[in-house]
Ligand binder design. Structure first.
Ligand SMILES: Nc1ncnc2c1ncn2[C@@H]1O[C@H](COP(=O)(O)OP(=O)(O)O)[C@@H](O)[C@H]1O
Ligand SMILES: [Mg+2]
Length: 271
């Protein structure tokens, strides 16, 4: 049997680097959507990728969680190049990631309990009914959703739906949580609650968070490090303050145009 040799990461990939992108490009046909990304996401920190629509955020997210492969470059997750994996190994690596979808993406025909139980029914077939019940109820209690088990998604508020989506994403105990536009479509107060929830979840479950967002206010509150993606290139990175008040005119301009006044926002994380 011919074995493909597993590439090993270059020595500048450090143990504290949970995810490293090295020269990642992605093309669809002749259109290059991601034009050479070099990114490092630190373990147990929150990385926020901001950028306008069409910048390539969703494309990047799909590469991160192994739903699609880069055209060139490496994506090191825990020192393993997921861009070089076959389907079996990729399925194993995908379970490192919990995904919180835009608008929560709950299954409308299933109640809260069944939405949250879904990943366990798919991937933990050895669990007994009782173990499953305990795990789902425990998570719902942790996220303040006790008593909502039999509710249908349509009966929940926007903030509750987010929490159900998060509970579902946490079921397989992922190391990395990826959020796609977590605050989009929410009112400012609920958005702040979701920001708090993202940071509390990172602490409580010891995860690394990657957040795709165009919400600058949210970025300011939760990002340890922010990355500005424009037309498939990261044109600036740093703490949100560094982007807002630093040397990079493109970043300053992007933030100014967002209409968010960074001097009026309170961070909930230490950079
Ligand atoms: N499967 C695909 N086939 C062809 N073009 C695509 C595909 N997915 C995305 N694109 C193009 O890539 C660009 C970036 O898209 P996307 O990653 O969705 O941006 P964003 O999420 O930042 O709005 C867009 O011009 C989009 O039309
Ligand atoms: Mg998108």
């Amino acid at each position: 049997m011919v074995r493909k040799t597993r590439p090993t990461p270059p020595d500048w990939v450090k143990p504290e680097d949970h995810i490293v992108l090295d020269g990642v490009t992605k093309s669809f046909g002749t259109t290059e959507v991601l034009k050479g990304l070099d990114l490092r996401f630190k373990r147990h920190a929150t990385a926020v990728i901001i950028g306008g629509s069409g910048a390539g955020k969703t494309t990047l997210l799909r590469l991160l969680i192994g739903l699609d492969l880069p055209t060139s470059g490496h994506i090191w997750v825990n020192g393993e190049d997921i861009a070089a994996l076959g389907e079996v190994d990729m399925n194993r690596v995908r379970q490192n990631f919990g995904m919180v979808f835009q608008y929560a993406a709950l299954l409308d025909s299933l109640n809260v309990f069944e939405n949250v139980a879904f990943p366990l029914r798919e991937h933990r077939k050895h669990m007994t009914a009782r173990q499953l019940d305990e795990k789902v109820r425990g998570m719902l209690a942790t996220l303040g959703l006790s008593g909502k088990e039999r509710h249908m998604p349509s009966e929940l508020s926007g903030g509750q739906r987010k929490r159900v989506g998060l509970a579902r994403a946490l079921m397989l105990e992922p190391e990395i949580l990826v959020y796609d536009e977590p605050t989009s479509g929410l009112d400012p107060e609920t958005s702040r609650m979701v920001d708090d929830l993202i940071d509390e979840t990172r602490e409580r479950f010891n995860v690394t968070s990657v957040v795709i967002s165009h919400d600058m206010a949210s970025c300011f509150r939760i990002a340890h490090r922010a990355y500005l993606l424009i037309h498939g290139r990261v044109v600036a990175e740093g703490t949100p303050e560094e982007l807002a008040f630093g040397e990079n005119a493109v970043a300053r301009d992007f933030i100014a145009k967002s209409g968010v006044d960074p001097t009026r926002l309170k961070r909930i994380v230490e950079a």
